[in-house]
Design a protein around this ligand. Structure first.
Ligand code: IDP
Ligand code: MG
Length: 163
């Protein structure tokens, strides 16, 4: 099915990736972006914003019953901006999760973003959509369709050819 998250399991698949306030504060925005760029993914949207309570609560609504939910919303809305992004490319949803690493950074592969840059589950610097349905929901929540660019990077054939 084709949604705002593109078409699942094709080169148009999209994921919502967000650098959280601690990542912005610690000035690792460039390093995170660089990893996705160098892997061969395409940046189709990016913005810096301080999310409203309403937006943060809705983004994490599935966790509303968890004891850490109020603290999580407070962290995301603390006043330091988040960097909201949409990345596109083959298997981006699954690969994005692998690149980000486990929720608890102490369990994250040392080569992953969380495994390289953080040590606390409450300050784990980055979010990545965990499935096609959540990518669709999250991209729609954080971006207007007009904000999503449709363009072809010049190196695309060098990145995507299968033979
Ligand atoms: P994910 O970010 O790896 O998808 P989720 O289980 O969806 O992990 O949780 C969302 C976010 O909630 C985590 O990234 C982390 O910031 C926070 N979180 C999850 N579990 C805990 C916890 O046990 N204590 C504090 N914060 C947590
Ligand atoms: Mg999650």
């Amino acid at each position: 099915p084709k949604t705002i998250a593109g078409e699942y399991k094709t080169s148009s698949e999209r994921s919502f990736i967000m650098i959280k306030p601690d990542g912005t504060s610690r000035q690792i925005v460039g390093d995170v972006i660089k990893r996705f760029e160098q892997r061969g993914y395409k940046l189709v949207a990016i913005k810096s914003l301080v999310p409203s309570q309403e937006l943060a609560k809705e983004h994490y609504i599935d966790l509303a019953s968890r004891p850490f939910y109020p603290a999580l919303v407070k962290y995301i809305t603390c006043g330091t901006p988040v960097i909201a992004m949409v990345w596109e490319g083959k298997d981006i949803i699954r690969q994005g999760r692998r690149m980000v690493g486990a929720t608890n950074p102490l369990e994250a592969d040392p080569g992953s973003i969380r495994g390289q840059y953080c040590i606390s589950v409450g300050r784990n610097i980055i979010h990545a959509s965990d499935a096609f349905d959540s990518a669709t929901k999250e991209i729609g929540l954080w971006f207007d369709p007009k904000e999503l660019a449709d363009y072809e990077p010049i190196a695309a054939p060098m990145i995507t050819a299968e033979n």
